[in-house]
Write a protein that binds this ligand. Sequence first.
Ligand SMILES: [Mg+2]
Length: 219
Amino acid sequence: MTLACATLTTILNTIPHSQACPCAELKVPAGLSESEYSGKIGLAFAKTAEYRKEFDEAIASAASVISKHNGEKYLAVVSDIDETILDNRPFFEQHDEFKWDDFFAWVEQAQAPSLKKSTDLLARARKDGIAVFLITGRMEKLRKGTIRNLVRNNIAYDGLYMRPDGDKSSASEFKSGIRKQIEDMGFTVVVNIGDQFSDLEGGFAKECAKLPNKMYFIK
Ligand SMILES: [Mg+2]
């Protein structure tokens, strides 16, 4: 069973860093600010049992949502990339201070490991005939490095949508616009998976699965 956001918040009795819920109920918890996020804070959190529990629960919830739609046609799953299926913790371990040029170089190296629970879920969905669309805030200029990294980790997908170079729209505007395009093609997005609330806001998905990430906060 998928817990509604409000229920989950009550159970955790804290600011949730992971959620699974109908997208219409998704709420960015009040009081979240970028200052609560950093590579150091996030790396420490990612080594805790709480992080693993939140991650596993969100993926289990997404799997349960997918199974509810068993046998239906023209289904899709949408997934973010960074900290959702590719793990940039090795980059943050090496860089105390975030600089975009360093991150671009890391993407070109295509060495990020996969987050196996998520990639297994996407692989199972595709095996069951569900389309997998990746929507990332990574810019188009990073497409080759991104694809190399996905291929290296055997991550298959049906579409890879990247932010146009120079695009200044917010992450939620960009990503919800692409989900609208996907639904306009005739797909029903049954679940949208991401580590940022901005991956999930804006509709065009039945349910959302929020993975934990305290390394950074993207509006
Ligand atoms: Mg992400």
